[in-house]
Design a protein around this ligand. Sequence first.
Ligand code: SF4
Length: 369
Amino acid sequence: MESHLESDYAKHPEPASPAVNTASGKPAPCRLCPRRCGAVRGHGAARCHSGSLPHVAWAGLHRWEEPGISGPQSAAWQPPESQPPGLVQPASRPAPQPASRLSESPLTAPQPPARAEAPASGAVFFSGCSLGCVFCQNHAVSRSGGAGRPMDAPALAALFLSLQRRGAYNLNLVTATHWRPWALNALALARAEGLSLPLVWNTGGYESCEAVAELAPHVAVWLFDVKYHSPALAGLLAGAPNYWPTALAALRAAHAAAGPAVQRADGLLQKGVVLRVLVLPGHHRDAMAILRGVAEALPPEEVFLSLMRQYTPNGDARLPKELRRTLSSWEYRQVAGEADRLGFTRGWLQGRHSVGECFVPHFEVQSKP
Ligand code: SF4
């Protein structure tokens, strides 16, 4: 971990801990996410499994996001040689082996010289999650806020800057909803030290409008999952029956703040919203309802749609029967057809090769120090 920032840190005052009531100096109940569970972070059972100091499970140059985020060499989304208008169709090439994924982590391995690395998204995966879907593919870290390395604001800022030096296209904060004030504190420190990367807020969609308003001045691209339309399904799989209205309101606020998505000549997104929809086996109609609901709320041509078919059963004993298999091509085609009918003209489709554990991130999970 590069630590040059720490020697300069005296120039910056220590940000107030968001886990503490600054007026009283006492631990404060947390209401950061729409669960508003009121847990005292670090002193009780938070629904997001998180304490009072962010833990980073993985960070590095990440090639498994969409091409608009990770760049044209994105491993999980392989566009054909000539792109047709509209949604980019999946290619039939076999999936590359993600053998280099672990070796990229600055948390676990020495960094190679910057010139040896291909640019990609500068991703920081935070531990814990305020949504906690039963099928989560990142469950190794989403269900343990203590997985990974604890990092205070200076350490996070130094990490952000190290990603910039390694040639990242952007700073991609993955599941930082429950760490929002901590992340913004670190971002301010890093900006003061020269961080110029555009910020990608990579979220499960369970955000409040208040959070979106606070984040909006800092976020260039919203990488915004919308996971459920049905309250019953959201209740069953995430214990969040209010998910759809909450996520839709936040998505509308994000779109209002960012405006229509803008793509650079090299394919990277400059600003805007990427709507991510993971089609679940047995629930393709729910995914279609999500698309219809979004298309009623926003001009579909103003967002990028990332329609994902990479669902892989995680082995959790609580999975309902239909989630113990992968998605069929027929199910995926139904949703892709609905997207086309609704006018989602920009975005990406995934090929069949994207199913399998090789596309599940491999985290180097460490226990609490
Ligand atoms: S961020 Fe965590 S502790 Fe805070 S309200 Fe949400 S689930 Fe509760």
